[in-house]
Write a protein that binds this ligand. Structure first.
Ligand code: NAD
Ligand code: ZN
Length: 365
């Protein structure tokens, strides 16, 4: 007979954190960081594009305010969201002697947030992290909820960890320097928040699509605030994606397949826009989703200038094959979030949030 010894660590309770959102929030970064994440030294992690546009200036301001900051940068883009970038950053921090009393500040889009967050989760078994998202997508989605990680040749986000930030600071005016198409692509995740949990929010996005396309600061700020509220409701209830948090993956089964099929030349936001319309259509064909939902989402997304159709050179079979390799499949079965109608996700059983599509996806697309 084996002997059973029960080990009961006293784990720290989950810690609340603030998202500071508003035009000019970055000018208060030093003070906000000092309060929420006091540390001996700060590793300011960014990518080469954001470095020149914003991070060098912010670094000077933080140093000017008396914080000790080491600045680290890596090439921009999804192809650099890798273990190689993660090890490069960890090694540089080791060489510079950053200790456990350090804090990572990840300043950039979702790629920097995911890699920087994963460095914070793992460096010396975990140091504090502050997220400073600089793309619309990372403000209204990626920076909230503590998911961190890197891609591998087998798929997206396959190696990672949950590591909640101590603070998130978002200045919506920073997105003005984004490529316009990239900025608008981020709004796909806001449409997702409306589609899965709040039909009124989706109606508000429809009404304000024109102002969003013109980068109106007040409307952008409102969009970020509303999405952060919606997303945080879900991640607060289910921080480790044991159940309900899976609804945030609506559209993402197809989206991740499209990103893989295009070797990441299709942006995440565009892939999510197309993925949501496709998955709403799958739900309609299965009789799970109210008829017309897919068209309704298509109208909202097209009003924002987002793509909604799978490119003709990518077959349904290829999408299904790549989706089956995605980690959202369980026990080798392909699973997908389906809507009941706009604003509400359909559950196959009271405890489940994703539907088993088995090998039927290609025939349902
Ligand atoms: N952790 C999560 O919960 C979560 C959620 C959604 C998405 N994500 C991840 O986020 C990533 C996508 O994020 P993204 O769309 O921000 O992409 P990204 O980080 O690659 O940024 C896109 C491009 O914009 C540049 N950029 C960033 N900020 C800029 C600015 N203010 N001005 C000019 N250029 C700027 C970047 O250098 C990059 O070239 C994906 O890897 C996705 O998997 C993570
Ligand atoms: Zn996403």
């Amino acid at each position: 007979m084996p002997r059973y010894l029960r080990i009961t660590p006293e784990l720290p309770p989950p810690r609340a954190y603030d998202a500071a959102i508003g035009a000019g929030a970055l000018t208060r970064l030093a003070e906000l960081v000092r309060d929420a994440a006091p540390a001996a030294r700060y590793a300011l992690i960014t990518d080469d594009v954001v470095l020149e546009l914003h991070t060098e200036r912010v670094c000077e301001e933080l140093r000017g305010a008396g914080l000790e900051v080491q600045l680290y940068s890596f090439p921009a883009g999804e192809p650099y969201k890798t273990r190689e970038t993660w090890s490069y950053l960890c090694d540089r921090m080791s060489a510079d002697g950053l200790g456990r009393d350090s804090c990572v500040i990840a300043m950039g889009g979702g790629v920097v947030g995911d890699v920087g967050g994963f460095v914070a989760a793992t460096y010396l078994r975990g140091v504090q992290c502050v997220q400073v998202p600089t793309t619309l997508l990372s403000m209204l989605d990626a920076s909230i909820g503590g998911k961190t990680g890197v891609d591998t040749e087998y798929g997206k986000n396959l190696v990672g960890s949950f590591h909640q930030p101590r603070l998130v600071v978002m200045d919506p005016t920073v997105v003005w320097t984004q490529e316009y198409a990239d900025m608008i692509a981020g709004s796909a995740e806001a449409v997702k928040h409306g589609a899965i949990m709040d039909a009124e929010y989706l109606a508000w996005i429809d009404e304000n699509a024109g102002a969003l396309r013109e980068c109106d600061t007040d409307v952008l700020t409102q969009l970020v605030v509303c999405s952060v509220e919606r997303k945080s409701e879900v991640v607060q209830r289910d921080p480790y994606e044991q159940g309900e948090r899976a609804i945030l993956n609506f559209g993402h089964t197809v989206a991740h397949a499209l990103e893989l099929a295009t070797h990441y030349s299709m942006s995440h936001g565009h892939a999510v826009a197309i993925g949501m319309v496709a998955e709403a259509g799958v739900g309609e064909r299965l009789g799970v989703t109210e008829a017309g939902t897919s068209d309704r989402l298509r109208t909202s997304l097209e009003r924002l200038g987002l793509p909604t159709r799978i490119p003709e050179d990518i077959s349904a079979e290829r999408v299904a094959e790549l989706a089956a390799g995605d980690k959202k499949s369980r026990a080798g079965r392909l699973r997908c979030v389906l809507l009941e109608r706009v604003g509400c996700v359909a559950q196959p059983t009271a405890a489940e949030w994703t539907w088993d599509l088995g090998d039927r996806l290609a025939s349902l697309l």
